[in-house]
Design a protein around this ligand. Sequence first.
Ligand SMILES: [Zn+2]
Length: 466
Amino acid sequence: MKITFAGAAGTVTGSKFVIQLWDNKRVLLDYGMYQGLGKETHSLNAEEVIDPSTIDAILLSHAHIDHSGLIPKLVKDGFEGPIFCSEATYALCEIMLRDSAFIQEADVKYSNKRHGRSEENQYEPLYKYKDVEIALDLFKVVKNNEKVSIIDGIDATFIPNGHILGSTAIYLEIDEISEKHTLLYTADIGRYNTSFIRDPETAPQADYILCESTYGDRLHDRTVDAEQELLNAVLYTLKEKRGKLIIPAFSLGRTQEIVFTLNKLDLHGLLPDIKIFVDSPLATDATNITRQFSHLLTREVQRFSKSRNDPFGFQKLSYIKDKGESQKLNASKSPAVIISAAGMADAGRVKHHIYHGIEDPKNTILFVGYAEPNSLGGKLQNGDKKVTIFGDEKQVKAEIKVINSLSAHADYEEMILYLKSQNAGKVKKLFLVHGERDVQEKFKLKLEENGHHSVIIPKKGDIFST
Ligand SMILES: [Zn+2]
């Protein structure tokens, strides 16, 4: 067996790994986009790292674009095999991938017009809407925790991992005639004891592990109550400062969890008379799908549904799809909570909200999830005093706040807890993926303290052979 680290090696986004058998059959674990890497991002996504004709199947861990976003490109380039994932992941991919194509087509149209590109010299999107439709036809839904045959020699089990709705780790049983191997791809590991997504489930013993490492150097503060922190930010910004609380949030996952948290605060009478907006068409659609699959969420969400019908809707909250409404909100000076995508603030409507609100000290920009250091969100979290948005230099006068305990990613203790299902002595190699290199070095030390002695930090393009 060979493992090729084709993406998310030494960086967080762009997850893609190839598993190759002795007979050259190849399957892909995820095929995600790079995000938030500045100017480099597009060329990284445009380069062909994998010949689609050599791939027999794709196994998809979850619907986030940094794991799923390049699948339509592979299909456009000729991939025709099956794409396996959970039922909720498929439902979410329908909206996520269509949205991704829509954004790209709109961006390219805008750039071609702006740069006056001639007919034969036009920018091209990575893929179009029609490629997404073809890709969606290749999806095959699998049940969680049930072994399925992927190709001759590879069986896979999709095991919920607590990250977002529908997300799973993928456990492979590989039979190469002369050798048998097991491999666990953790994908993005979720948190324990949250009120929203159920805990990660344990995986069987594996010979090889591909483990994420996003927060490999960090502990989420368990002494702070995330709900209380969020409430404090709302009260302080809207009531004391009379400003806007702008929350950049991934359309899928973060947005629904924050809405649910605000809904709970409101049910307990803790929210004053305020206006809350979810300003993102994609988040609105993702919320509808989350409603459909709410039986997969925690008991707390189920209980809540009984006392107040909708975990994702209440009187103070409005969802905005219309662009004109969103622009009105940009211009408005009234106090409000605005939850908008993208989470790294590099794109989407939230970038406009930040553009218009960043120079007003009355406002607060509140981060609740991971942002690449080079993205706008990363720079603001880093404390930069000046940033460039849409080509204009802006002074950072709004307050910048971070609540890490709302993150959907496990910290290093939680990842180590997740790996407790494994007898470290039996793991032949543990590869760290989906993390910044310096973070991975620190996480490696932690893992070694916990008995994992063959921890490897692969670089992009590295191939490991058993
Ligand atoms: Zn994710």
